[in-house]
Design a protein. Structure first.
Length: 319
């Protein structure tokens, strides 16, 4: 049953005596109460429903009380004037795309007990500069911050395990991101087109550099890759024109197509593996093959000289 109380629509659950904010047309500043009364019965407000405030283009501020535990998918999607969001620490779940397209939102403090940053949560929030993340997060899902062009830095807590595909794609102002050692997977395109990112360190539990993970990071100058990495994926460092050198570990088994294409400043590519990693097709372009020196372990120049793709490097030297 949906009723309007003090200008806010609520879906009332008579059995559990709880209420969820329901879809409506909301403007200006909205303060959600922790409890409402209807026909003499009190209901505590436990949720903001899916699309409850979606496309409310004149909504400027919202305050969410301690009683709320969940915010539904797309709850504030497309609220282009929304500038202030006060979230209580007891919110456990914020659904996918909840704040996507909130183009005026500049900062937000996520609840301490929030367990995950869901898919597309802040996608397209072009003005978002600052995000404070709680200590309970275990995943940053796909497209979570995609298109957050003003986001400059982000510190993720220990406990985060997965960075989803395209999670930070197009975060053009992102200069620094701290990835904790708890991260075990960074999926494809995660930092694609992070144009201000200058240095990147792969967490020690990640053993695959996925497809396009740092593609078009035009300011990238330093990459730290640990021993234990098994493969470098398709276009992993595609068009990183400021990257002068990279060292790949002894554990490396394969490098996929176009991994270093467009890395026009690359002058030193060091491979510590004695057995030449498998390459099925070109990993770079003619400029990289001509200008970069391939450094290999002592006694392995012949191994790489006869190996497919690696033989295309004009200059091969021992470490």
């Amino acid at each position: 049953m949906v009723v309007k109380i003090n200008g806010i629509n609520f879906n009332l659950d008579a059995a559990d005596k709880c209420a969820a904010v329901a879809k409506g047309v909301y403007k200006g500043e909205v303060v959600i109460p922790s409890a409402v009364e209807h026909d003499g019965v009190e209901y505590y407000v436990s949720a903001v429903g899916e699309e409850a405030f979606a496309s409310c283009e004149q909504l400027s501020s919202v305050t969410i009380p301690d009683s709320v535990r969940a915010i539904g998918a797309s709850a504030f999607k497309g609220c282009v004037a929304l500038q202030n969001v006060a979230l209580a620490d007891k919110v456990l779940i914020i659904g996918s795309g909840a704040f996507s397209g909130c183009t005026a939102l500049k900062s937000i403090c996520l609840p301490e007990y929030l367990v995950g940053i869901e898919a597309s949560l802040f996608e397209g929030c072009a003005a978002l500069e600052r995000v404070v993340v709680g200590s309970s997060i275990d995943i940053v899902d796909e497209y979570a911050f995609c298109g957050c062009e003003s986001l400059k830095e982000l510190n993720l807590p220990f406990g985060v395990k997965i960075i989803g595909s395209w999670a930070f794609r197009g975060c053009k102002a992102l200069r620094s991101i701290v990835l904790p050692d708890s991260v075990t997977a960074i999926n494809k395109g995660a930092f694609w087109e992070c144009e201000s990112l200058e240095e990147f360190t792969l967490p020690p539990s990640v053993n695959i550099v996925e497809q396009g993970i740092l593609a078009k990071c035009v300011s990238l100058q330093k990459v730290n890759i640990h021993d234990g990495v098994l493969s470098v994926g398709y276009g992993a460092f595609y068009y990183c024109p400021s990257l002068p050198e990279i060292c790949l570990p002894q554990s490396l088994q394969s490098v996929e197509e176009q991994a270093f294409r467009g890395c026009s400043a690359l002058r030193r590519l060091q491979i510590d593996a004695e057995a030449a990693p498998m390459c099925s097709r070109d990993i770079a372009d003619a400029g990289v093959y001509a200008n970069a020196v391939l450094y290999v372990p002592q006694g392995c120049v012949g191994e790489y000289g006869f190996a497919r793709v690696w033989s295309k490097f004009d200059n091969v030297e021992e470490i």
